[in-house]
Design a protein around this ligand. Sequence first.
Ligand SMILES: [Zn+2]
Length: 479
Amino acid sequence: MKTLLENVDFVLTVDKDDTVIRNAAVVIHDDRFVDIGPTADILQRHSREAFDRIVDGSLIGLCPGFIDSHVHLSETLSRAVFPDNLNTREWVFHWAKPFYAHVSEEDEYWGALMGMTEMLRSGTTCFLDMGSQYDPGITVRAMEQTGIRGITARHAADNRPEILPPGWSEEMVQHHFFPNAETALAELRACVEEHHGALDGRARCWVNIEGKEPCTLELHVGARKLAEELGVGTTYHLATSIEEARICEQKYGMWPISRIANAGGLGSNLIIAHGAAVTEDEVELLERHDAKIAFCPSASFKLGKGATNIGKYPELVEAGVTVSLGTDGVSAAGNMNLMRQMLLFTGMFKDSRMQADVLTVRDALRAATIDGAKALMWDDEIGSIEVGKKADFVLFDLDHVEWTPFHDPMQAIVFSASTASVRETWVDGKPLYRDGRVVGVNERDVRSKARELAAAAVIRAGLHDNNVPTSSSVYDEGN
Ligand SMILES: [Zn+2]
């Protein structure tokens, strides 16, 4: 299949020079871009008869598909269940954990379909999912149906708290924690061997772990080593809040990233999710080891992680550390909308530092596209509009109030546009969202099933009553 999109108002290539082509054309052969340039040049190089499909791109803008570098697909059924007055540790230990412990395989499958539907409607073409409570194959099945690209995994933790908090049952703990790092890593190895490269390479599987207190130091370090051996990456939560950093300092005499670095755990195949509590020395450590940070602005806004107070995101970008963007999922963020993360990313530091040239729209667009691809170790194939790369992209409807009028497309896409003007989302040269619907699923059925399963899961997890604690001392006592 050979497709020509001609007369496209703008193409934001996000190549190394951030080239913007006006009145552009792109040629797609099957799943890849084979030519890109001004329409007049492209039509000189290609005969119109050579195409199976020609699309007029007048009043259409094109940019690379967005890459969500930190998301929990298995929490998609928990939207607006956990209150917004909880800091990270209370949120994780008293709300998220019981919810995860009561999610069934069926919940995960329909939740993943629901999440992918929201992503495709929002222009997201690729994600890094923290993983299934059961089997990454559940997510892969949902990817097969929707056509989206992504990396998934098996959730893993190996350090159960000594005293179980209220709401945690022994059965839940057995299900949620591996007995030790060795058994966890054996299972994660088997998952990568089974699922990595599935769906013609569109699905990848990594050695992901939960990270921080619920994982031993051995598991943090071992996950990255195993990932390296298997030629994949690893990601885990770390330095997610000031409380976590303080407890780490009390117990081990240093903040979380330094602790991992001291144990030899940093490396270029590691993405640290959040990384809010970071010292100046740790910025340098991350740069030296080429470790990546997945920043989730919406989650920081909701859970009070202190991104603008203790966060070093502008310094990380300045130091050359790859900072990508994640949503964290519908519980922590409330949405799976990367465009909203771009807006927050560029705005929150301009405002808090009272300096408008800190993290510009250019940085925001790169964080949501090519830097996400770098973090996911997939930038050889995705993240920018360049010849030879996969045809994963978003088309914006410029005949829309959000785009009327506009001069600079990069300003407009971050500060003016929302997902309301996303017209089509393509992956591997195929439109997966067009004409107002996600092509691979019956969206009405997915929403109906999601509502039904979500209501039941919330009751099973005991999150429907008012007795859930809103403060936490889990992992505080010397274990
Ligand atoms: Zn997370």
